[in-house]
Design a protein around this ligand. Structure first.
Ligand code: FAD
Length: 487
């Protein structure tokens, strides 16, 4: 295909696939190079986990609902797409977050960063922990640094540095929102490498996090839009970003509502079929088979499907054991809308998280209409309750009526809410939260190296790799484009 454009097929039209495509297109334009891009997704629309529903004046997120403002890849992308004005931040009057403990809501102590205390006075005063638990946490300031620099579990690390109470009562429920995980199974280096770096550099997790906090404040490098609050979203919901990417990629071919069922290497495929590379494939390295019967020819593939889907497709071509090692947890969320006049509670924060030990179905509850003012009409209340986490996934499969009943029982028990919702929106996301196992970073490096040798032209990326947050997926999409077009 000398002189002809590279044919790149992107598998998955979630944020990872779309941002890979966007940056491939932009980098190709910059280089004055032509590409033939095709994006394939088994779903009928782009977006993957991102799914905004507009209903009765509400903006309801059925998947992710916002993103960390300090991770700039998404703000950069929004800016390139002309969406800066669509960004909005959390209600300044909803800064408080609560943690449930023995069925009572305790405000999260000031200065907590990712569950780690960076201000000692409010931490010492909190009713969330016993005196023993607080003392144990503060021992982090003196206990020795672990000698080995190898990976360990996030839970093991936290228990070692700040003790079991902080891990179970504060860190796990807070971090559960990101991974729905069992901290004892998640990789420290793949989830919060800054924790490990804090221990090594400052001899203490608390001191390290204090240092990071001061350094971030002093740097002042964040653009104005990112300074307003910790989280941002789009006024019309996260699908705004997906629609803008869809438009920006209008020149790319797309196959929606059709699944990739197999990938063949053309050399092997044709050899086994008794042929050889011929005119029709024009030297394309790979043939991608869709369930519609269509076959796409690809010089390069960007694989962004979840690890288990990617492994199903790539295992016949190469060892994918590292992908198989990434388990996925199923979760669901139950969004309920109420009349403000009959709701019976005024919110002064953004919601609460629930430690496992509380034995409830819900793992967290976001007071959405107070946290995000754009999401609801003024006279209404919107709540979003989360269920499902590692070790407690069965509830995700409950029929709608039972799931709603369980969630309503929990919100009555925790907040005293008995009001009848105007409507309930349930979203189940089976096998949606990747759990990076201990050793994940090394595993992924090894997998990429193997693919470079054995599957030239196949680049694998997405939430299963290097960060599950939307900004991380976008950064990885950008890295994919760079790696492919500037090898
Ligand atoms: P996906 O969105 O999963 O896209 C992969 C695509 O591949 C899918 O569309 C799928 O249909 C397609 N696919 C799979 N197999 C095939 C096949 N064989 N053929 C064709 N297509 C295929 N992150 C945040 O930053 N903030 C949040 O608030 C937040 N909340 C979250 C809440 C929930 C409930 C969940 C599940 C995740 C949340 N996340 C959040 C994480 C974030 O949403 C995801 O990590 C991210 O959207 C993943 O994007 P992706 O493109 O890598 O994968």
């Amino acid at each position: 295909r000398i002189g002809k454009p590279d044919r790149i097929v992107i598998i998955g039209g979630g944020i990872s696939g779309l941002s890979s495509a966007f940056y491939l297109q932009r980098e190709a334009e910059r280089q004055g190079r032509e590409l033939e891009l095709t994006i394939v997704d088994s779903a009928p629309v782009f977006g993957g986990k991102i799914n905004t529903l507009q209903r009765d004046g509400f903006v309801i997120e059925k998947g992710p609902d916002s993103f960390l403002a300090r991770k700039l890849a998404i703000i950069d992308l929004a800016t390139e797409l002309g969406l800066e004005k669509e960004l909005t931040t959390t209600n300044p009057g909803a800064k408080k977050t609560y943690i449930l403990h023995e069925r009572k809501l305790f405000p999260m102590p000031a200065g907590l960063v990712l569950g780690i205390p960076t201000e000692i006075a409010p931490f010492v005063k909190t009713g969330l922990l016993s005196w023993g638990g607080k003392l144990r946490a503060l021992m982090d300031l003196v206990i020795p640094v672990r000698k080995e620099e190898t990976d360990e579990s996030l839970g093991g690390f936290l228990e070692r540095r700040v003790g079991n109470q902080v891990m179970r009562r504060i860190a796990e429920p807070l971090l559960a929102g990101i991974y729905a995980g069992d901290l004892k199974k998640l990789s420290l280096l793949a989830t919060f490498p800054q924790f490990a770096a804090s221990e090594r550099k400052h001899g203490s997790l608390i001191r390290g996090m204090q240092h990071n906090r001061r350094a971030t404040a002093a740097a002042g490098a964040l653009p104005a839009v990112a300074k307003g609050g910790t989280f941002l979203t789009f006024k019309g919901g996260l699908s705004t970003l997906v629609q803008a990417l869809d438009q920006a990629l209008s020149k790319a071919d797309r196959r929606l509502g059709t699944k990739v069922t197999a990938i063949h290497r053309n050399d092997e495929h044709h050899a086994s079929a008794g042929g050889s590379n011929n005119e029709t494939v024009e030297g394309a390295r790979y043939e991608i088979v869709l369930d519609s019967g269509e076959k796409l020819q690809a010089d390069r593939i960007v694989m962004t499907a979840p690890a288990y889907n990617a492994a199903d497709l790539l295992e016949p071509l190469a060892d994918c054991s590292e992908l198989r090692a990434v388990n996925y947890v199923s979760v669901a969320n139950v969004v309920m809308a109420f009349e403000k006049s009959t709701f019976g509670l005024d919110f002064d924060g953004s919601g609460f998280v629930v430690p496992r030990s509380e034995g409830l179905r819900i793992t967290a509850c976001t007071w959405t209409s107070n946290k995000w003012l754009h999401t609801s009409p003024d006279d209404k209340v919107l709540l979003r309750c989360y269920v499902g986490r590692s070790g407690d996934e069965d509830c995700v499969k409950l029929p709608d009526a039972e799931l709603t009943k369980a969630v309503r029982r929990d919100i009555e028990e925790t907040m005293g809410i008995k009001a009848e919702p105007n409507f309930v929106e349930i979203t189940r996301l089976p096998k949606s939260m990747p759990q990076y196992p201990v050793g994940h970073v090394t595993n992924m490096k090894r997998l990429r190296e193997r693919f470079e040798q054995e599957l030239p032209g196949v680049w694998i990326t997405g939430a299963a790799f290097d960060g599950v947050g939307l900004p991380d997926c976008i950064r990885q999409g950008k890295e994919a484009a760079q790696a492919i077009l500037n090898p």
